[in-house]
Design a protein around this ligand. Structure first.
Ligand SMILES: Nc1nc2c(c(=O)[nH]1)N[C@H]1C(S)=C(S)[C@@H](COP(=O)(O)O)O[C@H]1N2
Ligand SMILES: [Mo]
Length: 314
């Protein structure tokens, strides 16, 4: 519920003035978790490259698929699991074009068949200061980008979520959708997009992504705040200019283009020094732990930002 208030506050709207529908908040969800289990997708074929395995404690599947941000389906963490089932994800079209020599369109089955799938256990850190550890299934984005052959003009990669206001109530109603501008858009510098950690994700916990996690394909950039991980992608465009990004459009002083996880750069309204790890316990067992620079991936990604002031470029 804090998030809804924050968004409304951001829009200059007082929560007291609006009758909001009664919905389960964080505490209710942890208390009961009596919602029906999220629909489980079809099992996927994938390898488990040693490089991407580790001994981090996984966030349980019911929390990964039941505690979500997907504002197209509402602001409460339980809304996406409750409402996203109506989103048709097969057939699907993902178009890759713009500054490329060989534009390409992938359909639903291409997403799981065209590239060898890998399971990768990644940390995931939301800008709201909670975190998870998730076994994603997908393939590195650079494999797709190499296939379309970016031109020498390509400097950025722009991503766009499905726009379907009749299916996604948040796109039609600014109170359901938090007043964000839709379709949801995100972007990366080309070198960030080509980084081996950056993945197009089609599954979680060994199965095709459930709709609430961004079926049939979403982005995973583990060293950045979760909002960079745009869901249910229909378009990837290589561009010359830096593309607009949804949360930056909503509040440029709070959400930057880079959004690299950084314990030393606080959000204007809260500290980013620590995070609540969502594990197997109830709300009393949620563990506070230090936030890691680049979410623990500094060895692999710090060189991308050499010479860049991370405070200015948050
Ligand atoms: N289209 C779209 N993508 C989105 C969001 C959203 O509201 N709409 N929320 C983002 C945020 S804030 C987070 S933390 C992650 C959450 O991903 P998860 O629900 O799979 O954990 O999705 C990101 N991708
Ligand atoms: Mo987030």
């Amino acid at each position: 519920m804090m998030q809804r208030r924050q968004v409304l506050k951001m829009l200059g709207i007082s929560t007291a003035a609006i009758a909001l529908p009664a919905q389960a908040g964080l505490s209710d969800w942890f208390k009961g978790n009596d919602r029906p289990p999220a629909p489980s997708g079809k099992p996927l074929d994938f390898s488990k490259p040693a490089e991407w395995q580790n001994t981090l404690t996984l966030t349980p599947e019911d929390k990964v698929t039941g505690y979500n941000n997907f504002y197209e389906f509402g602001l409460d963490k339980a809304d996406p699991a409750a409402n996203a089932g109506s989103m048709p994800t097969d057939p699907w079209k993902l178009t890759i074009d713009g500054e490329v020599a060989k534009p390409l369109t992938l359909d639903h089955d291409d997403l799981t068949r065209r590239f060898a799938l890998e399971e990768r256990i990644y940390r995931m850190r939301c800008v709201e200061a909670w975190s998870m550890v998730v076994p994603w299934v997908g393939f590195p984005l650079h494999k797709l980008l190499s296939l379309v052959e970016p031109t020498s003009n390509a400097k950025y990669v722009a991503f766009q979520t499905l726009y379907a206001p009749d299916i996604m109530p948040g796109q039609k109603d600014r109170f359901i959708g938090g007043g964000l501008k839709y379709p949801y858009v995100e972007g990366l510098r080309l070198d960030e997009a080509m980084h081996p950690l950056t993945m197009l994700t089609v599954g979680v916990y060994g199965k095709a992504l459930p709709p609430q996690n961004g079926a049939p394909v979403r982005l995973t950039v583990p060293w950045k705040y979760g909002f960079k991980g745009i869901k249910s992608i229909v378009s990837i465009k290589l561009t010359r200019e830096r593309p607009p990004t949804t949360w930056n459009l909503a509040a440029a002083n709070e959400y930057g283009f880079y959004a690299n996880v950084n314990p030393h750069v606080d959000h204007p309204r809260w500290s980013q020094a620590t995070e609540r790890f969502i594990g197997s316990g109830g709300i009393l067992n949620v563990k506070r732990q230090p936030t890691l620079l680049f979410n623990g991936y500094a060895d692999q990604v710090a060189s991308l930002y050499r010479g860049l002031d991370l405070r200015e470029n948050f």
